[in-house]
Design a protein around this ligand. Structure first.
Ligand SMILES: [Zn+2]
Length: 201
């Protein structure tokens, strides 16, 4: 996102910076099945026990790389239901948590009910700003109130004995989750209602 002078002025919390790179320790077999790092720390796994890809943390250093997401900040925002743009609490009412989505209402009847979202929610001020400034959302964004986003999963690389197998999204309680090196946390959006963006803000 750039302002009229072409300068980045609006860098989402989850965006990776040019100074932030994946660190790739060798993945080894876990004694109880699945994969592990040989020097694992508590931070390498989420509360569901899934192993996460490592990326160094150096936000605001270098250039924002809008095409990449920082796995640590994405996970923190998704897990804590923080705004993906500012990192503060996401918008929330009795009706649920606020999400800003690309408007794909033609994709399936009842969209976005059941969507596996990789982008965390937003707060109301950031929803209005992102809908205006974010190139892929401009004129094509819709605000959604999500009553139930309890079901979690991860998007990442499925490993098998002998090596890497595929990129996929799995539910956190799927037995294959032990074999995934996660890059993004997923929440399944249910009890969704589409809002007028002006009302959401
Ligand atoms: Zn925000």
């Amino acid at each position: 996102m750039v302002d009229v002078a072409g300068q980045p002025n609006f860098v989402p919390y989850i965006t990776a910076w040019s100074s932030e790179r994946y660190v790739h320790p060798a993945v080894v077999a876990h004694p109880r099945g699945g994969i592990a790092f040989p020097d694992e720390s508590l931070y390498d796994r989420d509360g569901d026990g899934v192993l996460w890809a490592r990326m160094n943390s150096a936000p605001n250093i270098g250039r924002p790389d809008f095409g990449r997401v920082h796995p640590g900040r994405q996970r923190r925002a998704m897990r804590g239901l923080l705004c993906q743009v500012c990192g503060g609490p996401a918008g929330r009412t009795d009706g649920g948590v606020l999400w800003l989505l690309k408007d794909d209402r033609g994709d399936w009847p009842g969209w976005p009910e059941g969507m596996a979202a990789t982008h965390p929610p937003v707060c109301a001020p950031c929803a209005a700003r992102a809908a205006r400034l974010c190139p892929h959302l401009r004129g094509a964004a819709v605000a959604v109130r999500v009553g139930d986003c309890r079901t979690r999963g991860v998007y990442g690389s499925l490993h098998r004995p002998g090596g890497f197998a595929a990129e996929l999204t799995v539910a956190a309680d799927d037995p294959r989750a032990r074999w995934v090196l996660a890059a993004q946390m997923v929440r399944v959006l249910r009890e969704c209602s589409v809002l007028d963006l002006a009302v959401a803000a």
